[in-house]
Design a protein around this ligand. Structure first.
Ligand code: ADP
Ligand code: MG
Length: 412
């Protein structure tokens, strides 16, 4: 699945691997599945296959139209909703957009309302995939191609491959909420500010990744786009899929916007993406989910460093201990592992030395607990930028020193 929609109205974008739900021979058309109900739109998007992009509402879709023909498949929620007004407005305004609707109960009333709004066809659920694709095709053939805006030119980090391979740092924990995303994002921001070469943060928490939210980014592209362009993927294509975090100059490849797409992404694909990224980056920082899966194992294998994050409570320590045993069983070189104790100053009566003894590993970094962290997270800001003098920021700067000591040329 590749999203052929842009984040900026009227902005052209590369359209790698844009799937076509329209079948052979006909011009390719983008398909948008719109339904406020997440399960309903995911189901429909899956049924339409490659090229169908889900949106929760017309208002989310509208700013992302590019002037290219788009067929909207309205989900069952639209059968009895006032939202058809938004559909009507959009269809009146944009000649390159057409719509069909699926409904659980095809009554005359539903049909009439839909047709009045400008919807071309209404299908009753369950609908077989062939009939759905046919209906999309029929609408596609009636759509006008509106002048495509001039190409915006390549964007993404400037780079010159100098033959030096970037260092891959994976941030992992066998416990949710341990602080992986906070540490991955702030470490990446810190390294980006220090490194003259690009630094990329990739969100490999494919189902529930929240790097984009934590850094207040509105991604046009995600890992899904990189995966669907994989057969043609190279450094210049990949860099067009990255989004910049303007305050730091960090580049981000966010997780899929819909959890349903996580299944389409395997370890080999993620590894390939990281291998390409490291050809032009000084660091590739990887955020992960809180469990071992193929993707995580593949990424750990190619990583130079694995930061194992543990919170300072017994369940955390227990899970990290199991995580460590698993990594040993998988023959992960222990030199790669670095233990990061998060919330290490909290008044929880757990002593750092005791924790280190239990885990049989010495901590490489102690990150204190500080209210500035949730405050920054809730504002979509990096704590190292937002509260640079806080003890947390200092600890993260020290963590970054392990990889790129201060004194290296500052970028901004
Ligand atoms: N050092 C810390 N001090 C205070 N709060 C923290 C700290 N580290 C993480 N948190 C809080 O814990 C929450 C979960 O952290 P997060 O990085 O999302 O965990 P994970 O990615 O491991 O699931 C964050 O929203 C943040 O507010
Ligand atoms: Mg996380």
């Amino acid at each position: 699945m590749t999203s052929p929609f842009t984040g900026q109205p009227g902005e052209a974008m590369p359209r790698p691997g844009m799937g076509a739900a329209t079948g052979g021979g006909r011009p390719q058309v983008a398909v948008a599945v719109v339904d406020p109900d997440q399960a309903a739109r995911s189901r429909l998007a899956m049924q339409l296959g490659q090229g169908a992009t889900p949106f929760p509402s017309i208002n989310d879709l509208a700013p992302r139209l590019t002037g290219q023909p788009v067929v909207i498949v309205l989900g069952p929620t639209y059968s009895n909703s006032a939202e058809l007004q938004a559909v009507e407005q959009l269809l009146t305004a944009r000649r390159e957009v057409g719509a069909i609707m699926v409904t659980t109960e095809l009554t005359t009333e539903v049909l009439q309302r839909a047709l009045r709004a400008g919807v071309k066809d209404v299908l009753q659920l369950p609908v077989d995939s062939h009939a759905l694709a046919e209906a999309v095709s029929r609408v596609a053939s009636t759509l006008a191609v509106v002048a495509v805006p001039a190409a915006a030119g390549p964007h993404g980090p400037e780079f010159e491959a100098d033959g030096e391979i970037g260092r891959v740092i994976t941030v992992f924990s066998t416990k949710g909420g341990a602080g992986k995303s906070v540490i991955a994002s702030n470490l990446a921001v810190t390294l980006a500010r220090r490194s003259p070469k690009p630094v990329v943060l990739i969100d490999a928490d494919l189902q529930f990744g929240d790097i984009a939210v934590m850094l207040k980014l509105s991604p046009q592209h995600t890992v899904v786009d990189a995966v669907s362009a994989l057969d043609r993927l190279d450094a210049s294509l990949l860099r067009n899929l990255l989004i910049e975090h303007p305050p730091s100059g960090l580049w981000v490849l966010p997780a899929p916007l819909e959890p349903a797409f996580a299944d389409q992404i395997g370890a080999a694909e993620m590894v390939r993406i990281v291998e390409i990224l490291r050809t032009f980056c000084s660091f590739v920082v990887v955020d992960t989910p809180a469990y071992f899966n193929d993707v995580v194992l593949g990424l750990i294998e190619i990583s130079d460093d694995v930061l194992l994050v543990a919170g300072m409570d017994i369940p955390n320590i227990k899970n990290v201990k199991i995580g460590l045993q698993t990594l040993r069983l998988l023959n992960t070189p222990m030199e790669k592992l670095r233990l990061i104790l998060n919330r290490a100053n909290s008044k929880v009566k757990l002593d750092v030395g005791e924790v280190e003894r239990t885990l049989g590993v010495q901590a490489d970094a102690l990150i204190p607990s500080d209210v500035v962290v949730p405050q920054a997270v809730n504002r979509g800001e990096a704590v190292v930028l937002n509260a640079p003098k806080s003890s947390v920021s200092k600890a993260i700067e020290e963590l970054a020193d392990l990889f790129l000591p201060v004194g290296a040329k500052r970028k901004r």
